[in-house]
Design a protein around this ligand. Structure first.
Ligand SMILES: [Zn+2]
Length: 430
């Protein structure tokens, strides 16, 4: 039973937090099932079992599912409001010695009272209005509020001006497989049920751009996110013949010097401004220890967007990679000038988008697209999407006819396009 009172919502939050639901663990699937059970306890849902949404993610090793409910207004209406959120949470290592209490908010809140904490947290604790624990704010509380709203609205569907579609998804903290599957499902459901989506409310907490704000904030849109990568192919040589090769890590560091925190990629729209790009990973790629210059390295970045499309950003990324390549060569040049007499290979700065790299490969190995599909199917299932993409790229690089140093620039998954409510179309207006 779900009750839409303060006490009812609090109890629901505690019940939802109790099930860990850590991303990409068997617990995550249990979280989806627990939400389903709660929904099935709503009297209207008992009378309308077909309203339940229970859809397994395709080919998912953890058997996670989209769970929810479509509450139809009476008499029937097309207009539909979506209430959504994610039910997975991140791990609990940062809870330290109290990690066994992370999913018991009452006990955890009592346990941290009186400990050495920041002043703001102590104030919140003293007020008695705050509950701490893994997943409370992000975002079981949001889901509980939506589920309580759904239960309350279902008591009288005659009063509803629109259908309410509640949909909870897994995997937000990793690759958003839940919401990506939901996007397709929502499209299909719209056709099948003749729905017209008028709005979607996400009860995810956020302080973006409003740090320290005391009052409630509503965001009428979302920033986009891209993950550009720079795959650097140097030229391996024994460290004793340093100037015969080109260290791929030098290329990657030069990319990072220009890319990390670069204002060139900051975008603004209205009062909103994106944070600058941040490196998420910078590493050499090789299977074992060796006293040779690493010939492969990669760096990839979090890059938020508000206005620009990937193609436009790609142009800037390629320019940056070319500059980085020249900087790397200059550094070697300076070093060689001081230390080396004699001949050494001349390297030219070469930069290519992943798309162009594929077309070039197509000319040499033929039908590169089916080769990519075949190799992708052979990759270990359950491997992180970034690692999968880079492993695939590594195999494609093995097929290059040339061994010239090169930086390949592309985007890793996931990609989230930005969306803004500009108030331009009738359905954008409140
Ligand atoms: Zn979240």
């Amino acid at each position: 039973m779900i009750t839409a009172s303060r006490e009812g919502i609090l109890q629901l939050i505690i019940d939802l937090v109790k099930i860990p639901g850590i991303t990409r663990t068997p617990e995550e699937a249990k979280m989806g099932l627990a939400i389903l059970e709660k929904l099935k306890s709503i009297p209207w849902v008992k009378d309308h079992p077909k309203s339940i949404i229970d859809l397994k993610l395709p080919d998912d090793p953890w058997e996670r599912r989209l769970v929810g409910c479509l509450l139809r207004a009476e008499p029937p209406k097309a207009e539909t409001i979506i209430l959504t959120g994610h039910y997975d949470v991140v791990g609990v290592d940062d809870f330290g010695p109290l990690r066994h209490l992370a999913f018991s908010p009452m006990e955890y809140t009592r346990a941290i009272t009186g400990t050495n904490l920041e002043e703001e947290v102590l104030r919140d604790l003293a007020s008695g209005e705050y509950l701490f624990g893994r997943g409370i704010m992000d975002m079981k509380a949001g889901l509980a509020v939506e589920m309580a709203l759904l239960a309350e609205a279902s008591a009288n569907p005659l009063n509803l001006g629109a259908n309410i579609l509640f949909l909870a998804v897994p995997d937000e903290e990793d690759s958003s497989e839940g919401m990506r599957a939901a996007a397709r499902f929502l499209g299909e459901l719209r056709e099948k049920e003749g729905l017209e989506y008028r709005g979607a409310i996400l009860t995810e907490p956020s302080s973006a751009g409003t740090s320290g704000a005391e009052k409630e904030a509503i965001f009428t849109g979302t920033m986009g996110k891209l993950m550009p990568f720079f795959y650097c192919l140097g030229s391996g040589s024994h460290v004793g013949q340093y100037y015969q090769g080109l260290n791929a890590t030098l290329l990657a560091s030069c990319v990072n010097n220009l890319m990390e925190g670069s204002a060139r990629f900051v975008e603004s729209a209205g009062r909103d401004k994106t944070p600058p790009p941040a490196c998420l990973s910078l590493r050499d790629i090789r299977k074992c220890y060796s006293v040779t210059l690493p010939d492969r390295a990669v760096a990839f970045y979090n890059l938020m967007t508000l206005r620009r499309a990937p193609a436009e950003i790609m142009k800037d990324l390629k320019d940056l990679a070319e500059q980085a390549f020249r900087n790397a060569l200059k550094q070697v040049e300076r070093s060689a000038g001081e230390w080396l007499a004699g001949k050494r290979p001349e390297f030219e700065p070469r930069v290519m988008s992943f798309e162009d790299f594929l077309s070039e490969l197509d000319g040499t190995v033929g039908d590169v697209k089916s080769l990519v599909r075949r190799k992708a199917a052979e990759l270990e299932k359950g491997l992180d999407d970034r690692d999968k993409s880079l492993a695939l790229l590594g195999e494609l690089c093995d097929l290059r006819p040339s061994s010239e140093p090169l930086i390949i620039v592309g985007f890793l998954p996931p990609w989230y396009p930005h969306r803004a409510n500009t108030g331009e179309s009738p359905s954008d207006r409140p």
